[in-house]
Design a protein around this ligand. Structure first.
Ligand code: ZN
Length: 397
C-alpha cells in the first residue's frame, strides 16, 4: 500500500486513527472537525479508534478517521479565513493546486492536504468507499443525515433511524462531500446534535458503529451494543425517519447583521407570522406554516436558517422507479432542455424557454441544479456518476 503520510508535513497528525482489517472489505473514511468549532465528531472518532484497537475483532476492509480544519480546531473556531466546507469547487481546487504554498490561506492549506490524502485513498483502494462527515449545529436539533440525491446514498442512509435531508447541494457551494460525490461514492453528512454536547458525541459514536455494521466491515454480533446504539439514535431523533427537501435558504453575508430569535430548533414547526429573526434590524416573519431547519446561533455562517418540507413516500417511490428505467432521457424532449455535452452528465436548461417547468420534475430523476447565469441552469445528474456496480454485492444494496 502506498504511504498515505507522504508529502505535506502535517498530514501525519491529521489521521485520528487507521484500522486495517485482516480481510478485504469496504473502505470507511470518517471526517471530524471540518468545522473547527464542532468537536463532537473528533472526540467520537478518538473514542472509537481506541475501542477498535483494544478489541480483537475481525474487521473487513479499512477504516480511517481524519481531522478536518486543524488550525481552526485548535482555536475552536468554525474557520479562520474561509469556510473549509465551501471551498471544494473544481475551479477553486485547480487554483489552489497551482498556487504557491506560502500564498495559500489557512483553509486553502488544509484543503490541499486533505486533497492529497483523499487522492491517495482513491489510488490505493478499489473496494467500495463510504465517506462520512461528522458535523453539529449551533441550534438544538434532532440528529439528521444530509445526502446528495443519488439512489445509493438514499438506500444506505435510510438504514439509519434518523431523518434525511435531500437537496442541500442546491443551496451550498463547495461542501467537501459534494466534491467526493462527483466520483460516485456513497457519501453521508451526519449532523449529530448541538455543538459540543454529550448527546452529539454519543450519537456520532453510535453512528460510527452502525456504519461499520451496515457497510459489512464488521458482523453485527461482534458489536454487543449495536441494539442500544440503534435505539439511542432512534430516540434522539424522536422516531423521525422521514425524508425532507430544502425549500428555502435565508442567505446572509458577513456584512449583514442577523440575529435569530432565541430557542428555535431544527425540525420545529413554525406558524405563519412567527417572528423568526432580525435581519439588518428588520424583523423577519415566517411566510407560512412550515418546518424550520438549522437556525443560526453562532457568529459565522452564510445561512440564517432554512425551511424544509417532508417528501411523501409515494414521491420517493416514484422517483426510484423512474430512475430505474432511466426516464431522464425523456427530459431532453422538453423545449429548452438539452444535454450540456456528450457525456450526458449535466442538463442545460434555458430559463427563457423552460422557466415554467417545476424543479420537482428534475429532482424526481436525480438532477440537482445550479444557476450558471441569468438565463441558464446547469443540472447535475447524480445517478449518472454513481458507482452502483461497486456496491451491488454490499449487504444493503
Ligand atoms: Zn459543520
Amino acid at each position: 500500500m502506498k504511504d498515505l503520510l507522504v508529502a505535506p508535513k502535517k498530514v501525519k497528525n491529521r489521521i485520528i486513527g487507521h484500522f486495517q482489517g485482516s480481510e478485504p472489505g469496504p473502505i470507511l473514511v470518517f471526517f471530524g472537525g471540518i468545522h473547527g468549532n464542532e468537536p463532537s465528531g473528533v472526540q467520537a472518532l478518538e473514542h472509537v479508534f481506541k475501542t477498535l484497537n483494544k478489541k480483537s475483532v475481525t474487521v473487513k476492509g479499512s477504516v480511517y478517521g481524519i481531522l478536518g480544519n486543524i488550525p481552526a480546531i485548535l482555536q475552536k473556531r468554525r474557520f479562520l479565513q474561509k469556510d473549509l466546507n465551501r471551498l471544494w469547487l473544481k475551479k477553486e481546487i485547480e487554483r489552489i493546486k497551482e498556487s504557491k504554498e506560502e500564498d495559500r490561506t489557512h483553509e486553502e492549506k488544509e484543503l490541499y492536504e486533505l486533497l492529497v490524502l483523499i487522492n491517495n485513498l482513491f489510488d490505493t483502494h478499489h473496494e467500495p468507499f463510504y465517506f462520512i462527515d461528522f458535523h453539529t449545529t449551533s441550534s438544538k436539533t434532532l440528529p439528521f443525515i444530509t445526502i446528495n440525491d443519488a439512489m445509493i446514498n438514499r438506500k444506505f442512509a435510510r438504514l439509519f433511524p434518523v431523518p434525511i435531508i435531500l437537496g442541500i447541494e442546491e443551496y451550498l457551494e463547495g461542501p467537501l462531500l459534494s466534491y467526493i460525490n462527483e466520483f460516485g461514492y456513497v457519501t453521508l453528512g451526519f449532523e449529530s446534535g448541538q455543538h459540543a454536547t454529550e448527546e452529539a458525541r454519543t450519537n456520532s459514536i453510535a453512528f460510527f458503529w452502525l456504519t461499520m455494521v451496515y457497510s459489512g466491515a464488521i458482523p453485527k454480533e461482534t458489536v454487543p451494543a449495536f441494539d442500544s446504539y440503534f435505539k439511542e439514535l432512534k430516540s434522539s431523533s424522536a422516531n423521525n425517519m422521514n425524508f425532507y427537501e430544502i425549500r428555502k435558504r435565508f442567505a446572509i453575508t458577513p456584512e449583514d447583521s442577523f440575529k435569530m430569535e432565541p430557542a428555535f430548533q431544527s425540525f420545529q414547526i413554525i406558524e405563519k407570522g412567527t417572528l423568526l429573526a432580525h435581519y439588518n434590524d428588520e424583523p423577519v416573519y415566517a411566510e407560512k406554516k412550515s418546518i424550520l431547519f438549522m437556525p443560526l446561533y453562532q457568529p459565522l455562517g452564510a445561512e440564517g436558517y432554512f425551511i424544509i418540507k417532508r417528501i411523501p413516500k409515494w414521491i420517493l417511490n416514484m422517483s426510484a422507479s423512474l430512475r430505474k428505467v432511466k426516464a431522464d432521457h425523456l427530459l431532453t424532449i422538453l423545449p429548452g432542455v438539452s444535454w450540456r455535452d456528450s457525456s450526458k452528465k449535466q442538463l442545460l436548461v434555458n430559463l427563457k424557454v423552460a422557466r415554467f417547468y417545476s424543479k420537482a420534475i428534475f429532482h424526481l430523476l436525480g438532477f440537482r441544479s445550479r444557476k450558471i447565469d441569468q438565463t441558464h441552469l446547469v443540472i447535475n445528474n447524480r445517478e449518472k456518476v454513481a458507482k452502483n456496480e461497486m456496491y451491488k454485492d454490499s449487504p444493503w444494496f
